[in-house]
Design a protein. Structure first.
Length: 424
């Protein structure tokens, strides 16, 4: 028989041992039956598209964008339409007085909407008021940087205040089933201001993009726990507020009756939505000894340098004595690698002064070897081009799709594509 002495337990160990003293939690299997979350339609189809079908009950959504881009206008329109549909909606502004919000609503033609409106910055006052009655289906906080919690010392807008205020509002959303929308300021580089943890706390992050000098606005989903990301909603800013654009391709295509050198139509893809944009190129020959310039608007300048290098090394075209200007029409910004072939077509057209056919679109990724590689969702791009009246497509030879009705011309290498463009 051997004596087994028990371990000595000190008060410190007993206090910091987390294996006892708590309440049991319920563990369920991954295959358990679940019900899909209920969606609240905002009445704005483009906003619902970006959200994945509408607001989810008990969710928290963060929307950011440059000052004056239209965040407050969009949310006021959504709140008014939801209120007119019979849902209880509360709009709390920390930046404007209640009368200013009313004036904007009247200007938008929504002055009769039964939206519960308040101008407040104290989170305790807001939650105390909303807890005394039936919780609203939608709560808009404009903006989270103006809110403050008396549990934390510090001025509104500081990291601790933004985190604490957002945490209290999100807890209210989860407990009461209210869909909370937080408006966030952005920094000068376009990212949402405040602590990065704010984006981790919320369920959905939307980015409202666009230039104030241009009419259109793009609402882009960056994070969405209840749906897919990379969906976009397209709006146009008019005197009556933000209007939806059902066919965004019409914004970025110019009406031209005859062929113009240096222009190509490219079917870009944003999420599951194809958008046809026009790529414009201008090549200017310089006198010997001058330093050529490369200017790009709406595309990656490094990608342009790569396409020019492949055209010189693999196809024998010389751009070293030419200035090259590239522009995406309408102020649109393209990040799709499938734009390589359309850019090459515009450059070759501008250099040779041979216009690309007006009824043709082009897409494909160019490798450094000069190979033209296929890209994702080619049938979707071709279908959109066919709906808008295009009849031909210049694309990688690996793509085979005869359902769109377009005449497909495939190319395996960039050299073969250039010879086709030059009529050889």
């Amino acid at each position: 028989m051997v004596e087994d002495a028990g371990a000595n337990v000190t008060p410190f160990q007993a206090k910091h041992n987390l294996m006892g003293g708590g309440r049991s939690i319920q563990l369920v299997g991954l295959d358990a039956e679940i019900t899909l979350p209920d969606r609240l339609a905002s009445g704005i189809a483009e906003l619902d598209r970006a959200l994945g079908g509408g607001f989810v009950e008990g969710s928290a959504t963060l929307i950011g964008g440059d000052p004056g881009i239209g965040k407050s206008t969009l949310l006021l329109q959504a709140a008014a339409k939801m209120a007119l549909a019979g849902l209880p909606v509360a709009y709390v502004s920390g930046e404007e007085a209640a009368d200013q919000v009313r004036l904007r609503a009247r200007r938008l033609g929504l002055g009769a909407a039964p939206v519960m409106l308040a101008a407040a910055t104290s989170v305790r006052d807001i939650l105390t008021t909303l807890s005394q009655a039936t919780p609203p289906a939608l709560l808009v906080i404009d903006s989270i940087q103006t809110m403050h919690s008396d549990l934390i010392e510090g001025a509104p807008g500081t990291v601790s205040q933004v985190r604490a205020s957002a945490q209290e509002l999100i807890r209210f959303a989860k407990e009461r089933g209210t869909a909370v929308v937080l408006v966030g300021h952005v920094t000068k580089d376009g990212s949402i201001a405040g602590p990065r943890v704010l984006e981790h706390m919320v369920d959905t992050v939307l980015s409202f993009e666009g230039e104030r000098s241009h009419q259109y606005r793009i609402l882009r989903a960056i994070k969405n726990r209840f749906g897919g990301t990379d969906e976009i909603g397209v709006f146009a800013m008019v005197a009556e507020g933000l209007t939806e654009i059902g066919n965004p391709s019409a914004l970025f295509l110019t009406q031209r009756e005859e062929g113009v050198t240096g222009t190509t139509v490219f079917p870009a893809l944003e999420g599951t939505r194809p958008v046809l944009v026009e790529i414009q190129a201008l090549v200017v020959r310089l006198a010997s000894g001058a330093t050529p310039r490369r200017a790009v608007v709406g595309w990656d300048s490094g990608r342009l340098a790569m396409v020019l290098a492949v055209l010189e090394a693999r196809c024998g075209l010389s751009f070293s004595a030419c200035e090259v200007y590239l522009n995406i029409a309408g102020g649109y910004r393209v990040q799709d690698p499938a734009a390589d072939l359309a850019v090459a077509a515009a450059l070759v057209s501008a250099l040779s002064e041979r216009p690309v056919p007006t009824d043709a679109v082009a897409f494909g990724e160019i490798a450094l070897s000069g190979e033209i590689r296929p890209v994702a969702h080619s049938p979707l791009r071709l279908k959109e081009a066919g709906k808008l009246g295009f009849e031909r497509a210049l694309l990688p030879s690996a793509v085979n799709d005869d359902k769109s009705g377009l005449t497909l011309t495939g190319f395996r290498t960039l050299g073969g594509f250039v010879e086709h463009m030059l009529g050889k």
